[in-house]
Design a protein around this ligand. Structure first.
Ligand SMILES: C[S@@+](CC[C@H](N)C(=O)[O-])C[C@H]1O[C@@H](n2cnc3c(N)ncnc32)[C@H](O)[C@@H]1O
Length: 276
């Protein structure tokens, strides 16, 4: 699938991509000029995405965080989607032109749409874009590689997770910066911010409150992938924090609180009933 030309440069069709080199941050984030598009991910992360896309075969993709446009073009080339929308706070007119031009030349027409000047924390604008670009069709994949800040990332999650289909996947990248090993704190500069890991913990807690919320949560060092379960979620005013705190009005009480008299652990997949 991906033909690696060097340790961090690869080719897909006629397009060459430059991945993030190992020493990118040591060099203070150098200007990348090699390859047609820069993908702001390590080679290992790119291979993980290639596997996810191959397994999931998403037709409708919403990406947050354009930067050099490499991930949007890569996802589009790997999936040939019905529609891929990508947004960024920066206007990035040249990058967006290159993305649209690449889509046109590679036969993707206007199925790839890049929008600048969109804040991932602006839920109304995200909802408007989803309505405009996807209509009532559900999303198969959302990839958030954007601010990596708790507030705006949660705002996007609350707006977009309800738009995913059951079995669709929501990826949140770079979630663990609040836990940088001792001695390396200076490379983050994010010390006063709420760690993004809080959102991951809330998703896990909410999935206990609402068992149909997530079918699977995969935590890896580079990102977290949440597969939507087949339970209903509120289409509007969805709030993962309220669910995590069990303050959501329509969250069901745990089985033990409903007075079933049965331990919620008994007979589950993890705690099978003992025979005899
Ligand atoms: C890590 S880069 C995206 C890299 C790209 N997905 C890739 O893999 O090549 C993060 C991007 O998020 C954008 N960004 C940061 N905060 C944002 C916000 N609140 N809303 C929208 N975009 C934001 C930045 O301008 C930047 O282009």
């Amino acid at each position: 699938m991906l033909t690696w030309l060097t340790g961090d440069r690869f080719q897909l069709g006629d397009t060459t991509f430059q991945a993030m080199p190992d020493d990118y941050f040591d060099r203070g984030g150098m200007q990348i000029t090699e390859g047609d598009f820069f993908v702001f991910k390590s080679p290992a992360e790119i291979e993980e995405f290639a596997k996810l896309l191959s397994d999931l075969q998403p037709r409708r993709i919403f990406e947050l965080g354009i930067h050099g446009g490499g991930s949007a073009v890569l996802f589009a080339e790997l999936t040939r989607p019905e529609k891929l929308v990508t947004i960024d706070l920066e206007t990035l007119p040249d990058v967006r032109d290159r993305i649209h031009e690449h889509a046109s030349v590679s036969g993707l027409g206007d199925s790839v749409r890049a929008f600048g000047g969109v804040d991932q924390g602006d839920q109304a604008e995200l909802a408007r874009l989803v309505d405009q670009e996807f209509g009532t069709a559900e999303l198969d994949l959302v990839v958030d590689d954007c601010s990596h800040l708790y507030g705006p990332t949660k705002a996007s999650f609350d707006a977009l997770f309800p738009r995913l289909r059951a079995g669709g996947v929501y990826v949140i990248e770079d979630w663990r910066w609040g836990h940088t090993p001792l001695g390396q704190e200076e490379i983050t500069n994010w010390a006063p911010e709420v760690p993004l890991s809080r959102l991951i913990a809330e998703v896990v807690l909410a999935s206990a409150t609402l068992p149909g919320l997530a079918a699977q949560i995969t935590v890896e060092s580079g990102g977290v992938a949440i597969t939507r379960g087949d339970g209903p979620v509120k289409a509007t005013d969805f709030d993962i924090s309220a669910l995590a705190e069990r303050a959501e009005p329509n969250a069901p009480a745990a089985a033990s609180e409903r007075g079933s008299g049965r331990s919620p652990r008994a007979g589950s997949r993890w705690f099978p009933r003992r025979s005899g």
